[in-house]
Design a protein around this ligand. Sequence first.
Ligand SMILES: [Zn+2]
Length: 322
Amino acid sequence: MIGVGVRKLRTTVVGSYPKPSWLKYVLSCGDEKAIEDAYGDAVRAVVKDQEVAGVEILWDGEVRREEMTSYFAERIEGFVIYGEVRVWGNTYYPKPAIVDELRYSKPLVVHEFEFLKQVTDREIKVPITGAYTLVDWSFNEYYDSREEAVYALAEIINEELRRLVKAGAKFIQLDEPALSTHSSREELEVARNAVEIMLKGVNVYTALHVCYGEYERLFPEIMEFGVDQLDLEFANRGFSELDLLKEYGYDLDLGFGCIDVHSRRVESVEEVENAIDKVLTFMKPEKVYVDPDCGLKLLPREVAFEKLKVMCEAARRVRERV
Ligand SMILES: [Zn+2]
C-alpha cells in the first residue's frame, strides 16, 4: 500500500500522456461503440508504455480528457462552455462559464479509475483538477464572488473524491496550477479552504500538484494545506527551488519533478541521478516520489516514453546505493 513501509524513490507520473496518434480519427467517426473501444485501447497503450518504462504508480494518461478545465465543466451542472479563448500566446482553449448553481450530475473521474483498475495491477494515482483552478480558468456569471464559486465547486469535487475512495482509490492528486499565479495572502487562504473542503472525509494519501508561476510566494503557507505531498516542478527551473524547501524546513512528502516536459531533449540517466542526489541532501528517499515536472501530453509519444525510461532507470540506480 502507498505511504506504508520503507519503499524509496517511488516513480510516478503527474497525469497526462501523449494520446496515441490514431485516437483523433476514431473520435471523429461518430460511432459511439468504436469511440468507447478506442478510449479503452488508448488507455491500454498508455499504461503499457508506463509499465515498460518502469513507472510504479500509474495513471491512464488522461486520454479521455480533451482539456483539464472543460472536461470537468462539461460534467458539472451549472457550467456552459463558450467558444475558444486565447491563452498563453497561441494556445486556445474552450473557456467554461458558471451560469447557474453548481451541482454534481455525473462521475468526473471514478469511471476512469474503475477502468484503469482492470487494466493494470500496479498502484494508481488519480489526478483531478482542483476547484480553485477550475474557477480561476472559468467566467463566474452566477455567484456573488469568486470565493463563493470556489467553495461551491469544492463541495462537488469532495463528493467525487468520496466516491473514488469507496471505489478503492488510495492516492489522489489535486491539480492546482492556477495557485502559483495568484498568491496574495487572501487568495492562498481561499485555496487552502478549498483544499480542506475537497478533502473532507477523504482519508487516503493526497498530493497537491502546482506548476507554472512563482513558488516562493506560496511558501511557507502551502505546507499547511493538509495534504501528504506537494508535487512540484524542478527540472524546468534548474532545480533552484530546492533551496526554498530547505529554507522552510520542508517536511511533507515530495513529488519531485525532475523531467522537463517543455523540452524534447531527453535527459541522460546521470543528469537525473544527479538531480535526485540534490534532494537527498536534505530529504529521506522514503519521502521522495520521482516524477516529471508536469503532464507529458505536449511531447511526441516516443519522447515522453524515453523520458520516463530514463527517469525510472535513474531512480533505480540511486535506490541501489541509498
Ligand atoms: Zn502541471
